[in-house]
Design a protein around this ligand. Structure first.
Ligand code: ADP
Ligand code: MG
Ligand code: MG
Length: 193
């Protein structure tokens, strides 16, 4: 079950991980994008850390909502509204449930809707979707997450900037899939699952 405590820890760990891997995320975005994914995400991560330092939250929903707003305001780029929408949907759903699988499912639906996308387009959806399946079974592992991130190499991008490259996007990890990999790794670390 997600609580204010473990979800605060989750966003703390996630933002630390993003900041620590800022250069790597931008490197991944260089051959198949515009080289800014790490910088975009790190701005969001800094905003989340600022928020967590300065504000107390009364409900889980309130926490997700504030994280979403901080993220959307500071990120820019495709990833801002995509993660932002996921967190907004999770804020709404967390009024009814604190089950991680149910919350991730609503977040994933939000990303799909916002990005007009689905599995196989070489986006973060290709990490969220299999992560959700194993979270439902209580079988999420770091190895599984890494394998799903790695598996985006084989895909042809059909959404986002990488789609401009068509077949030439093959052989490269999708940067948003890597940052989503950090999201799920840090969720696992919180012990909330
Ligand atoms: P930008 O492409 O605007 O520079 P970022 O580099 O921050 O934004 O984010 C790129 C990531 O966003 C991609 O690696 C991919 O995972 C994700 N992405 C892009 N377009 C979509 C989409 N339509 N649906 C889902 N995810 C997407
Ligand atoms: Mg980019
Ligand atoms: Mg950009």
């Amino acid at each position: 079950m997600l609580t204010i405590e473990n979800t605060t820890k989750w966003f703390q760990l996630f933002s630390d991980e993003i900041i620590a891997n800022k250069d790597y995320l931008s490197e991944l975005d260089t051959p198949i994008g515009d080289g800014d994914h790490g910088n975009n995400m790190a701005r969001g991560a800094e905003a989340i850390q600022e928020l967590l330092k300065n504000q107390q939250f009364d409900t889980l929903s309130d926490l997700f909502k504030n994280v979403a707003m901080a993220f959307i305001k500071s990120v820019g780029g495709a990833s801002g509204p995509l993660y932002g929408t996921a967190f907004i949907e999770m804020a709404k759903a967390s009024k009814e449930t604190s089950n991680p699988a149910e919350l991730i499912a609503t977040g994933l639906d939000g990303i799909k809707r916002r990005g007009a996308s689905d599995v196989g387009a070489k986006t973060m959806i290709d990490v969220w979707t299999p992560a959700l399946e194993v979270i439902k079974l209580n079988q999420l592992t770091v190895e599984k997450i890494n394998a799903d991130v790695e598996a985006t190499k084989a895909l042809v991008a059909t959404k986002g900037r990488a789609s401009y490259l068509g077949e030439r996007s093959i052989g490269h990890i999708d940067p948003g899939s890597m940052s989503s990999g950090y999201l799920f790794e840090t969720l696992l670390e919180t012990g909330a699952l």
